[in-house]
Design a protein. Structure first.
Lengths: 366, 96
């Protein structure tokens, strides 16, 4: 295994961005711009493009699979996925049909990260009780993994009507639709991913990544207890790459600050300060800087946690399209090759990528 | 039941999630004797507690109540109604 096997992706919640004069763009323009960003991501050698799921005025990712289909039609190699699919409030049968179809349209490039999500807007919107979030996620993950691995499916639960000897079309080729479980720090979610034998995607969006080392350890030990072999662990973090460290800080700061001011007002988080911003860059989870700065930090943290995948949530907040394109270019052409180079010496030990396909085929018979 | 005094260095935590394990780890490092529980049998959280809050003990909620006068409830708000009544018997609450 070499560093070539590590997957480097981009994640976005499709922020409503501003133009150069600071005016917010219309949602439809933002959606088309994001498609252009994904097409460009393939051209500069990025491995995957993954879209979130939110139901808010500042994010345009409420139907990411439609955008992914548009991207599929204009690309050939880049993997197309979600970050994350809020499975608690989606019917797993519908998720299956949408992404099995995306897999067909894209000639086998679809992938999923499923999670509970960090916002609660989808519960009232789709008529679910927030108090049921744990049961909903558990049952929906159970049904989705059965649909992916073991059709026909006979299933019953409390979250939806039962299924008996049910086939759902289109069928997927063997090992297709890699499905990761996205986790933000809940031990139960880590254990659940291990129980289902699904790879783990850690959202590390604040503080030093070493804080998550115990979660990786918990995941490995739990995989062993459930009788699964080792599976890949990935990381999602926020960042912005520019030609120099100063330029990256200057462009990203006002938008990062603006976003955290809103989160502070809505969710009671601490208010952002420049010193906190710089601390997160120097010793936390923000990957903001020149290609060399970002690559050095990234390589160190990939080694630290033993990661097989990294997704950059690129350009935090309303950063304009032109600067998003510039950061995508630097990430693809400079950061990723440099990280691979840094990880060659000494070589990193990776969980083989075929473990992913094996995870997807893992029988649910036992 | 063991006698307990003010200044007791024993802490009970109900809930072994993100919050509970974090408090457990920090309290253990600060010298507390920590016992924590989840919603089911102790075995269900044993691995989580061992890895994320080393030094703390995984027990049942009933045992948490017997362990300490100071008990932290680290559970979702909609689960409060499911807590056993004896949890608060003879204990004062900081929730009003």
């Amino acid at each position: 295994m070499t560093s070539q096997a590590i997957e480097f992706g981009l994640d976005t919640p499709v922020y409503v961005t501003v133009d150069e004069s600071g005016r917010a763009l219309d949602g439809d323009v933002v959606i088309r711009n994001t498609v252009e960003e994904a097409v460009f991501a393939e051209a500069v050698g990025i491995d995957s493009f993954n879209i979130g799921e939110h139901y808010r005025a500042d994010f345009m990712d409420s139907a990411g699979h439609v955008m992914l289909a548009a991207i599929a039609a204009r690309t050939e190699h880049i993997r197309l996925g979600t970050a994350v699919t809020v499975l608690s409030t989606q019917d797993p049968v519908r998720v299956y049909t949408e992404f099995a179809t995306l897999d067909a349209v894209s000639n086998g490039r679809a992938q999923l990260i499923v999670g509970r999500g960090s916002l609660t807007d989808s519960f009232p919107l789709f008529g679910f009780d927030l108090a049921e979030y744990e049961t909903l996620f558990e049952e929906n993950l159970d049904l989705l993994t059965r649909l992916l691995r073991d059709q026909p499916v006979t299933w019953s639960g409390t979250s939806r009507s039962p299924l008996t000897e049910q086939y759902v079309s289109p069928r997927l080729p063997e090992g297709h639709l890699p499905t990761w479980v996205g986790v933000g720090g809940s031990p139960q979610s880590v254990i659940r991913a291990a129980r289902y034998g699904l790879p783990l995607m850690l959202a590390i969006i604040g503080g030093h990544p070493s804080r998550f080392a115990p979660y990786v350890e918990l995941y490995k030990r739990a995989l062993g207890e459930y009788g699964h072999s080792l599976l890949p662990v990935g990381m999602h973090s926020l960042g912005f790459v520019a030609k120099t460290d100063e330029e990256a800080v200057d462009v990203q700061w006002p938008f990062w600050s603006e976003m955290l001011e809103m989160a502070s007002a809505e969710r009671g988080w601490a208010r952002p300060t420049m010193s906190k911003f710089r601390d997160e860059i120097a010793d936390g989870s923000l990957y903001v800087g020149s290609p060399e700065t970002v690559a050095t930090k990234l390589a160190a943290n990939i080694r630290l946690l033993g990661l097989s995948r990294f997704d950059l949530a690129y350009a935090v907040g309303r950063v304009p399209h032109e600067q998003r394109m510039a950061t995508i270019e630097l990430y693809g052409r400079e950061v990723i090759p440099r990280v691979r180079e840094l990880l060659e010496d000494p070589p990193v030990q990776l969980v083989p990528s075929d473990a992913l396909a094996a995870a997807n085929n893992a029988g649910f018979h036992g | 039941m063991a006698s307990r005094k003010i200044g007791d260095r024993r802490l009970g935590i109900v809930g072994a999630g993100k919050l509970g394990t974090t408090i457990g780890r920090v309290a253990n490092a600060a010298g507390y004797d920590v016992a924590m529980s989840g919603s089911g049998p102790a075995e269900r959280i044993a691995l989580t507690v061992e890895v994320l809050a080393p030094g703390a003990r995984a027990v049942t909620t009933k045992e948490v109540v017997g362990h300490a006068d100071l008990i932290v409830l680290a559970i979702p708000t909609h689960r409060f109604r499911e807590l056993p009544r004896e949890l608060s018997a003879g204990k004062s609450s900081s929730m009003r």
